[in-house]
Design a protein around this ligand. Structure first.
Ligand code: FAD
Length: 455
C-alpha cells in the first residue's frame, strides 16, 4: 500500500488490552483510528469478563502505559505484590521477595484496565470504537474486512488501508495470514487447564491472606495461585491436569472437590465459601502457546499481542509483552516517521519475534518453577545465594526474574543470561548447604572464578 494520507484511518481489530492501548498510541500520533471489537462495550452495565479477573502488571507494561500517560492512574487501583508467599500442605508459609526493596509487580483488574484504556481512547479525537463487530475473515488482496454485526446478524465488507490485528490468541486476522504461502504457525496446548475461584474478603473488607503478595500453593504436578483484589478478596487460579488421578476429570462431584481441596489446600478451603459452586459454574480454560511468522502482510497488515505470540500465563508476561509491542512500535514510528510503514513493519517483526519466542520458553520454564521448584528448600536457598551474588557484583548479576519483570532487557537476552546463570549455579550449589556457606573462602574463590569467566 502507498503511504497513508493523514486522513485515512488506521484500522485496529480487537479492543482487548493490546488493541485499546495500541489505538491510543496511534491516535496520539495524529492518526484517525477505527477499532472493531466482537464483544459488547465492556463499559456498559452487566458486562461479564470472560477470564482472569486480575493480572500481574510489571515494568514493561508500566512503561507502555506511561507512554500514553495512564500509568499513574492505573497504579492508584493496582495492589503492589512484593514477593511470593508459598503455602505448604500443612499451611506453613515461606516468603520469597520478587526483587529488591521497593520493587513489586501489581495486581490489576483486567476489566478496569480495559475500560480505562477505552475511555481514554474514546476521549482522543479521531478514535472510533465499534463494538459488536466480529471479524469473520479478511480479503488480503482486496484489503477488505468481512464483519458481522452481532446484534443484527448482518454481514458487510469494510475496506481498510492499514490493519492492526490485536484480536487475541484465536485471531481472525492471523487466520487470513495463515492461508498465505509459506506461513509458519504452531499451537501447543498444555495438558493442563485452569479454573478461577475466589478467596472471600473478611467481614470488614479486609484481606484474609497477606495482601501485598502473590500466593502460591505449589504441589509438584499442579498449583494454585491467588492475587489480591481491592475489595479484600483474592482471585485464585487452579492450574490442574485435564486427566489423571488428580485432575479435573477426577473431580466430578461437590463432595469430591471439597475432599480434594481440604486434603491439598487445607489453609485455603475455609476462606473459599463458594468453592463447590464456583468449581462447577466456572469454565475450565485451556492453556496454549502460539507462534507464527511473518507477523505482517506487505505493509498492509500487522499482528500484535496474543494474535502473534500467545503464551502460557506462568511468568505474568502475556499482557506485558503485548504492551511492550505497542511501545516498540511507537519507538519505530518515532525513529522512521509515520509514513515509513514498510520499514516499520519489517523492523518490528524482526526485532520482536526472537524476544517473544524467548518469552514463550520462559513462561513454560516458570510453570515448572511455580508448581514444583518453589516448594524445594534447595531451590529457595539457591535464590538467596543468587541475591547475595547480585549484591556482591552490582550490575553484573541480575536475577532472571528481575531481568524479565523489572527491566527492559530484551527477553531473548534475559533468557540467555538466565541460562548462563543456571549453569553457574549448578556448579556452585553442590558446595553450599546453608546460606552462611556463601562466605566460606573456597566458595568465594569459586564465585570469583565464575564471575571472572563471565567478564
Ligand atoms: P485479548 O485480551 O484476548 O483481546 C483480544 C480482543 O479481540 C478481545 O476483546 C476479543 O473479544 C477481540 N476479538 C477476538 N476475536 C475477534 C474477532 N474475530 N473479531 C473482532 N474482535 C475479536 N498476562 C500478564 O501480563 N500478566 C498476567 O498476570 C496474566 N495472567 C493471565 C492469566 C490467565 C489465566 C490467562 C489466560 C492469561 C493471562 N495473561 C497475563 C495473558 C493476557 O491475558 C494476554 O496476554 C492479554 O490479554 C493479551 O491481550 P490481547 O489484547 O492481545 O488479546
Amino acid at each position: 500500500a502507498a503511504p497513508l494520507p493523514a486522513t485515512e484511518p488506521l484500522t485496529v481489530m480487537g479492543a482487548g488490552l493490546v488493541g485499546s492501548l495500541l489505538s491510543l498510541y496511534l491516535a496520539r500520533r495524529g492518526h484517525p483510528v477505527q477499532v472493531f471489537e466482537r464483544r459488547a462495550d465492556p463499559r456498559r452495565a452487566g458486562f461479564q469478563e470472560g477470564r482472569s479477573i486480575n493480572l500481574a502488571l510489571s515494568d514493561r507494561g508500566w512503561r507502555a502505559l506511561g507512554g500514553v500517560g495512564v500509568a499513574n492512574d492505573i497504579r492508584q487501583v493496582g495492589i503492589p505484590m512484593t514477593g511470593r508467599v508459598m503455602h505448604d500442605v500443612q499451611g506453613n508459609l515461606t516468603h520469597q521477595p520478587y526483587g529488591h526493596e521497593g520493587q513489586a509487580i501489581y495486581s490489576v483488574n483486567r476489566g478496569h484496565l480495559n475500560r480505562r484504556l477505552l475511555d481514554l481512547a474514546e476521549a482522543q479525537t479521531g478514535v472510533q470504537l465499534h463494538f459488536g463487530q466480529q471479524c469473520l475473515g479478511i480479503d488480503l488482496k482486496k484489503q477488505q474486512l468481512n464483519l458481522l454485526d452481532t446484534a443484527t446478524q448482518q454481514a458487510r465488507t469494510v475496506p481498510y488501508t492499514r490493519l492492526f490485528g490485536t484480536d487475541g490468541a484465536f485471531s481472525a486476522v492471523r487466520g487470513a495470514l495463515q492461508k498465505t504461502d509459506r506461513y509458519d504457525y504452531s499451537q501447543d496446548y498444555l495438558e493442563y487447564g485452569y479454573k478461577e475461584l475466589t478467596i472471600a474478603a473478611g467481614p470488614d473488607g479486609s484481606w484474609l491472606l497477606e495482601k501485598n503478595a502473590l500466593h502460591i500453593w505449589p504441589r509438584g504436578q499442579y498449583l494454585m495461585i491467588a492475587l489480591p483484589n481491592l475489595d479484600g478478596s483474592f482471585n485464585c487460579t487452579l492450574f490442574f491436569p485435564y486427566e489423571g488421578p488428580e485432575s479435573f476429570a477426577a473431580l466430578q462431584t461437590p463432595a469430591e472437590v471439597t475432599a480434594f481441596f481440604t486434603r491439598v489446600f487445607p489453609d485455603a478451603v475455609p476462606l473459599m465459601p463458594a468453592l463447590e459452586e464456583e468449581f462447577f459454574a466456572h469454565p475450565t480454560g485451556s492453556l496454549v502457546t502460539i507462534k507464527c511468522f511473518p507477523w505482517k502482510y506487505d505493509d498492509d497488515v500487522l499482528l500484535l499481542g496474543d494474535a502473534s505470540h500467545a503464551i502460557v500465563p506462568f511468568y505474568g508476561q502475556g499482557m506485558n509483552s503485548g504492551f511492550e509491542d505497542c511501545s516498540a512500535l511507537n519507538e519505530l514510528l518515532e525513529a522512521h516517521g509515520d509514513a515509513a510503514w514498510p520499514t516499520i513493519f519489517a523492523e518490528f517483526q524482526q526485532q520482536r519475534k526472537p524476544n517473544t519466542d524467548a518469552m514463550a520458553d520462559l513462561a513454560l520454564y516458570n510453570f515448572i518453577e511455580m508448581r514444583d521448584r518453589v516448594a524445594d528448600p534447595r531451590f529457595l536457598l539457591q535464590k538467596k545465594i543468587e541475591a547475595k551474588i547480585a549484591t556482591q557484583f552490582p550490575g553484573r548479576w541480575t536475577p532472571l526474574y528481575s531481568q524479565v519483570t523489572f527491566s527492559h532487557t530484551p527477553y531473548a537476552e534475559a533468557w540467555a543470561a538466565g541460562q548462563r546463570q543456571d549453569a553457574i549455579m549448578s556448579r556452585l550449589m553442590p558446595h553450599i548447604q546453608a546460606e552462611a556457606d556463601f562466605e566460606q573462602p573456597a566458595v568465594q574463590a569459586l564465585v570469583q572464578q565464575e564471575m571472572a569467566a563471565q567478564a
